[in-house]
Every structure is written in structure tokens, then in C-alpha cells.
Design a protein around this ligand. Structure first.
Ligand SMILES: [Zn+2]
Length: 317
């Protein structure tokens, strides 16, 4: 009889444990917002020299530019790798706009052209545009002669153009925390979330060495139970590639969205990405920090938030 009672007791305890486990893990098991869409670039045959004829920068602008570049190098401890300063010259705004591929009414301040090994600045460049130069200089510093920063080639395709822009911008604005981010807003936020998850050091090492392997391993290990490797357009993609490809898809949809529908498509990609980075953060115990970062991002894009599921993501994690 006593044995029976003990068995009953054990069964009740077991049931309680099972219920507890289900409640603890069952909060959100499956991705809700996953979008299986990606974008990549064709690998250019060669990065052509621009052929532009720049002018010397006026002395005061040159000094300002060198000062800003040195500040970036010092902040990231780059001196050790003995990267020289790039050629920094001046271009008229019409030529700068042509190089950047932007319209006449866009303000332009600078661009880095890898094949020229040069950064070109507008004559209107001033201290107020320091983040623009810092951003371009980071592209220069992270270029290993083949790829720049966290761009990478796979199966004859080039991945990570906007992923890399986001990371570059994130690293830029760490030096200018009070400045308002004026481009690649979501890509930069995603980079911040990634930095929270993997740590600044891992992210910087990957970026300056143009080496995605550690990030790839962390992401694949943590997220393979939620997302499966896929074969899209005949390319074998692991989870890391899928996420990078989604960032590209988001950026391209946004850049070419001329109507409400494609804008909303871009926002779906954004929801998908945010949920993914929250799954990563949860596996590493970074949810609280990520929520703070997300709240701050939602504050910046307040008017867009009702069209996203960011509030839901914030509450569910
Ligand atoms: Zn850039």
C-alpha cells in the first residue's frame, strides 16, 4: 500500500515537472514572422577605377579629415595593423552624386572608392559630417583587397552588402553616440542587436578581418533549431546566409519601394529579422539588453511601428 502511495506521489511530481517544463519552454517555440526571401549581388568581374579627376582638399579640410580618421583608428586600436591613411581628395558635388548614384536633391558629403584606394569628400564637408567620413574610412580599413568588412562571396554570389553597411554604421556611431543616424537605420539597429549577442570584440574582429566564420558558427549553432538551412535559387544556404540574405532583401525592398505594398513587404522582412535576432539573444541570455535596444529603435521610427510586429516581439520575449 505504501509502495502504491509512493508511486502516486512520484507520478504527481513527474507531472508537475512536465507541466513546469512546458510552461517555461513553451512561451514561443516557433518563429511567427519568418520570411523565406533573400537577396544577393552578382560578383562584379572587377572593381573598376572610377576615372574621376579629383582636386586637392583645402589644407584645413585635409587636417580635419586626417584628425577624424586618426580618431577612428585609435578608437578601434587599428595602429597595430599599420594601415596607412587612404588618399583623401575633393570632388565636385555633381560627380559625387554620380558616383553615389543619388539624385540631384540629395546632400552628399563623401564616398570611398576601393579601386581608387581613395575617399572623396565634397567641398561642403565639415566637422558636422564627421560620421560620414568615419563610415567611409571604416570601409577602407576593413577592406582586405578582396572583400570589404562583412561582405563575402559564396557560390559565385556576393552576400552582405547591407549587412556590412549596418555593421559599418554601427561601428561609426559608437564614436558619435549623440548624432542622429541618417541612413541604414534598421541595418544599424540589427548590428547593435548582434553586438549585444556576440559581444563587441567578436563583432569587431570579424569586421576588421573580413572573416564571417565565428559569427556564422554562433548563429548557426543557436538558430538551427528554429530555422533550417535552405536551398534558394540553387544555392545551399546555412542559417547565417539566410539571415544575411534577408537583410539584403529588406534593404532592396525598402530602397525600391514605390508603393505602400512593397513598403509593407520590407516591414515584414524587418519583423522576421528582429524575431531571429531575439531568438539568438535568448539562447545567450541577452534578452533584457535587446529589449532596451529595441525600445530605443521603436522610438526612432515611431510612426512606422504600428505597421510592424515589433511591439508583439517586445512582449513575447
Ligand atoms: Zn557605406
Amino acid at each position: 500500500m505504501k509502495k502504491m502511495k509512493n508511486l502516486k506521489k512520484a507520478a504527481v511530481i513527474l507531472l508537475a515537472i512536465v507541466i513546469l517544463l512546458f510552461t517555461a519552454c513553451g512561451k514561443q517555440v516557433d518563429p511567427k514572422f519568418y520570411q523565406a526571401r533573400i537577396w544577393y549581388d552578382e560578383i562584379p568581374d572587377s572593381e573598376l577605377k572610377s576615372g574621376v579627376i579629383p582636386q586637392e582638399l583645402p589644407k584645413d579640410l585635409k587636417e580635419l579629415a586626417v584628425k577624424i580618421c586618426k580618431r577612428v583608428s585609435e578608437y578601434y586600436g587599428i595602429d597595430g595593423i599599420e594601415k596607412k591613411l587612404p588618399k583623401i581628395a575633393m570632388l565636385d558635388d555633381a560627380t559625387l552624386r554620380w558616383l553615389l548614384g543619388v539624385s540631384q536633391d540629395t546632400d552628399v558629403f563623401g564616398i570611398y572608392v576601393p579601386a581608387d584606394e581613395a575617399i572623396y569628400l565634397s567641398g561642403a564637408f565639415s566637422e558636422a559630417n564627421a560620421p560620414v567620413l568615419a563610415h567611409e574610412y571604416l570601409h577602407y580599413l576593413s577592406n582586405n583587397g578582396e572583400v570589404s568588412g562583412l561582405k563575402y562571396n559564396k557560390s559565385g554570389r556576393s552576400f552582405g552588402r547591407y549587412f556590412n553597411e549596418g555593421i559599418t554604421n554601427y561601428l561609426t556611431y559608437r564614436l558619435f553616440p549623440d548624432e542622429k543616424i541618417i541612413c541604414y537605420e534598421y541595418e544599424t539597429h540589427f548590428a547593435e542587436q548582434l553586438a549585444i549577442c556576440v559581444g563587441e570584440e567578436v563583432l569587431e574582429k570579424a569586421y576588421f578581418n573580413s572573416d564571417t566564420s565565428e559569427l556564422r558558427e554562433i548563429i548557426n549553432k543557436a538558430l538551427s533549431k528554429y530555422y533550417s538551412p535552405n536551398n534558394i535559387f540553387g544555392i545551399e544556404l546555412d542559417v547565417f546566409d539566410l539571415i544575411v540574405g534577408q537583410i539584403e532583401e529588406y534593404a532592396i525592398s525598402l530602397a525600391y519601394s514605390t508603393d505602400e505594398t512593397s513598403f509593407n513587404e520590407a516591414l515584414k522582412m524587418l519583423d522576421s529579422l528582429e524575431e531571429e535576432i531575439f531568438f539568438l539573444g535568448r539562447s545567450i541570455g541577452k534578452t533584457q539588453q535587446q529589449k532596451e535596444a529595441l525600445k530605443s529603435f521603436m522610438g526612432q521610427i515611431e510612426s512606422v511601428v504600428p505597421k510592424t510586429h515589433l511591439q508583439e516581439i517586445l512582449e513575447e520575449f
